[in-house]
Design a protein around this ligand. Structure first.
Ligand SMILES: Cc1cc2nc3c(=O)[nH]c(=O)nc-3n(C[C@H](O)[C@H](O)[C@H](O)COP(=O)(O)OP(=O)(O)OC[C@H]3O[C@@H](n4cnc5c(N)ncnc54)[C@H](O)[C@@H]3O)c2cc1C
Length: 504
C-alpha cells in the first residue's frame, strides 16, 4: 500500500479497491465513472472506456489560467494539454474570474499584466499585445495601477486563446461545469464529480491529479468568532458591519452611500492593514460625488505596521524612508517589502499619511495603530462609527474532498486561525499538516509563501496573492509536478504511452 494511503487505511485488511469505486459518499451518490463522454482511451486501472486524465484544474479564473500562461511561457502548454489536461469552470468562459469585478485599481502595474502575453512563444498569445483590451491596459503604464474592471476583458481574451490552444492539442476545457467534489480512490486516482450548470446533469472524471483553483471569499461565519480590540466584534458592531469585498466590488460605493444616507457627517471604521483595507479607504475618499466626510471621517485601524513597497534600498532612502532592516529586503530582487509592502495607489495613500518626502496627508483619513489585545481607544472608535468595514483577508473556497473509505478529508485551511491551504510545493495540506497525494492548490487565499529562489523578504509572514507569481515561478511548480506525473505514468504504463504517441 502506498505511504500516502496508510493514514486512511490503518488496517490493511480494510482496503477493498473494487468495492469502493462508486458508492454513496457523504450522501452523494457516484454514478459509474465510465459515463465520461470525453474521448475514451485504454488504461490499466480504469474501467473499460474510461479515460484517465493527468490533471483536472478546477477553476478557470486568473489563477487556474495562470498555470496555462506559466506553461506557455516555457513552451510546455501543448505538451501539458496532450498529457491529458482538463480545466473545469463554472462560468461560460475562462480567464476572468472575480478580478475584473472590482471597482478599485490594481496593485500590479500595466506592464506586469501584459507580461503574460508579451513575447509569449505562442504567436496567438503574443499577438494579444496589440488587442484593444491590452492597449487599454497599456494606457495606464505610467499611472497608479489599472482599473480592475479593465483588466477583466483582457484576462477573458487571454482565456479564450488559451482555451483554443488546450483543445487544439488534446486537452479539454469544460466551461459551464462545476466540480461538486473529489474523491481519492484506493489506487491514488482522483474521481471528480461534475455538474453541468445548464441542465444539472452529472458525470465523473478520473485523473491522476487535481488542482484546486477555486478562488477565495470572506466567509461571514468567520466574523461571528472574531474578537477585535478585546471584544466580540459582531456583538459590538451589530448591523453596522460590511465586509471589504462588498465595498470594493463594482457598485460597492453606492451601497455604502445608501447605508450612510441619513448621516450628515458619517464616521467609518475600516478594520485591517491589508491592500483591501487601504483600497476600501481610498475608494471612499475618491467617491464621486464625494461622501460628506469630515476630518477623521474614516479611521483605518491596523494591528501590524503599514509598510510601503520600494524597488530598492536607494529608492527608499532617496524618498526619506528608512523604516526597514535587512530582513525586510528581498535577497533575490533587492526590493524593500516586496511581498508585505503596499503598492501603487494604496502605497501612495500611505506615503501621504506618513508625510513622506513632503507629501500632504488627507485630513479625512486617520490611521490608528492598535496597541494590544485590549484597546479601549479602538473600541471607542468602533462605537462611534456609523459603518464598520472589515478587511480580514480571504479564505479558500476549496471543494469537498473524500478519502477512499468515504469520509471527508479535512484541510489544514479549515482549522482555526488562518492556516495556509498549501505548502511550498503548492501541495494541499490536510488537517494534520501532511500533503495530500497529487492534490495541488493555487490562487486567492491558497496561502502560498514564496521562499528560497523565489525570493521575498524574510520578515514576510502573510499570503502572496499575485498573478505574476502564479503565471511564472509558482505556476511552474505545479506545471512541473503535473508533467512529471504524466511522464512517470508513461514509463510505468506502456499502454498509455502508446496512446500518447498516437495522440501527439
Ligand atoms: C480586491 C482584490 C484585488 C486584487 N488585485 C490584484 C492585482 O491588482 N493584481 C494581482 O496580480 N492580483 C490581484 N488580486 C489577487 C488575485 O489576482 C485575484 O484575487 C484573482 O481574482 C484570483 O484568482 P482566482 O482564480 O484564485 O480566483 P477567482 O477570481 O475567484 O476565480 C475562481 C474561478 O473558479 C471558478 N470556480 C470556483 N469554484 C468552482 C467549482 N467548484 N467548479 C468550477 N469552477 C469553479 C469560478 O467560477 C472562478 O472563475 C486581487 C485580489 C483581490 C481580492
Amino acid at each position: 500500500m502506498p505511504d500516502y494511503m496508510r493514514r486512511w487505511f490503518p488496517q490493511a485488511g480494510l482496503l477493498s479497491p473494487a468495492g469502493l469505486e462508486f458508492h454513496s459518499i457523504a450522501g452523494a451518490s457516484f454514478r459509474p465513472a465510465n459515463d465520461d463522454p470525453l474521448s475514451p482511451t485504454s488504461s490499466a486501472t480504469a474501467p473499460a472506456g474510461q479515460r484517465i486524465h493527468t490533471a483536472i484544474i478546477i477553476g478557470g479564473g486568473p489563477a487556474g489560467t495562470a498555470l496555462l500562461i506559466a506553461a506557455s511561457k516555457q513552451k510546455k502548454l501543448c505538451e501539458l494539454a496532450r498529457a491529458g489536461l482538463v480545466m473545469v469552470e463554472r462560468e461560460a468562459a475562462i480567464g476572468g474570474g472575480r478580478l475584473g469585478q472590482y471597482a478599485i485599481t490594481s496593485d500590479t502595474t500595466a506592464a506586469t499584466f501584459l507580461s503574460a502575453v508579451k513575447d509569449n512563444p505562442y504567436p496567438e498569445l503574443a499577438a494579444l499585445i496589440d488587442h484593444p483590451t491590452a492597449r487599454q491596459i497599456a494606457h495606464h503604464d505610467d499611472t497608479m495601477g489599472v482599473p480592475l474592471a479593465q483588466v477583466g476583458p483582457f484576462l477573458r481574451e487571454c482565456g479564450q486563446r488559451l482555451h483554443r490552444i488546450v483543445e487544439d492539442h488534446g486537452g479539454d476545457v469544460l466551461t459551464g461545469h462545476e466540480a461538486i467534489d473529489a474523491r481519492q480512490r484506493s489506487d491514488g486516482l482522483w474521481c471528480v464529480r461534475l455538474r453541468r450548470v445548464a441542465d444539472g446533469s452529472e458525470r465523473t472524471l478520473l485523473s491522476r491529479s487535481v488542482v484546486i483553483a477555486t478562488g477565495g471569499h470572506q466567509p461571514l461565519e468567520r466574523l461571528t468568532h472574531e474578537r477585535f480590540a478585546g471584544d466580540q466584534l459582531m456583538a459590538r458592531a451589530g448591523n453596522r458591519l460590511m465586509q471589504s469585498d462588498e465595498v470594493i466590488e463594482l457598485g460597492g460605493v453606492e451601497r455604502v452611500r445608501e447605508r450612510l444616507r441619513d448621516c450628515r457627517s458619517p464616521r467609518i471604521a475600516v478594520l485591517g492593514g491589508s491592500t483591501s483595507a487601504m483600497s476600501a479607504a481610498n475608494l471612499l475618499l475618491r467617491a464621486t460625488p464625494a461622501l460628506p466626510l469630515a476630518d477623521n471621517g474614516i479611521t483605518l485601524l491596523h494591528r501590524r505596521p503599514l509598510r510601503p513597497f520600494y524597488p530598492s534600498v536607494e529608492a527608499a532612502h532617496a524618498d526619506g524612508f528608512t523604516d526597514f532592516t535587512h530582513s525586510d529586503i528581498c535577497p533575490v530582487s533587492g526590493f524593500v517589502y516586496r511581498l508585505g509592502g503596499l503598492r501603487l495607489e494604496s502605497r501612495e495613500l500611505l506615503l501621504r499619511m506618513m508625510g513622506i518626502n513632503g507629501r500632504q496627508p488627507d485630513s479625512r483619513l486617520h490611521l490608528y495603530k492598535m496597541n494590544n489585545a485590549h484597546d479601549p481607544g479602538a473600541l471607542d472608535i468602533l462605537d462611534q462609527a456609523d459603518l464598520i468595514i472589515t478587511a480580514f483577508g480571504y479564505r479558500p473556497h476549496a471543494l469537498p474532498l473524500f478519502c477512499p473509505l468515504g469520509s471527508a478529508i479535512e484541510l489544514a485551511a479549515q482549522g482555526p486561525g488562518r492556516p495556509a491551504m498549501v505548502n511550498r510545493q503548492c501541495q494541499v495540506l490536510d488537517s494534520t499538516g501532511q500533503s495530500i497525494h497529487n492534490l495541488f492548490g493555487i490562487g486567492l487565499a491558497a496561502g502560498f509563501v514564496p521562499s528560497g529562489a523565489l525570493g521575498g523578504e524574510p520578515s514576510f509572514s502573510g499570503q502572496a496573492n499575485g498573478l505574476w507569481l502564479w503565471q511564472n515561478d509558482v505556476g511552474m511548480i505545479i506545471v512541473d509536478s503535473l508533467m512529471r506525473l504524466s511522464t512517470s505514468h508513461l514509463e510505468s504504463n506502456p499502454l498509455s504511452h502508446q496512446h500518447a504517441i498516437e495522440a501527439s
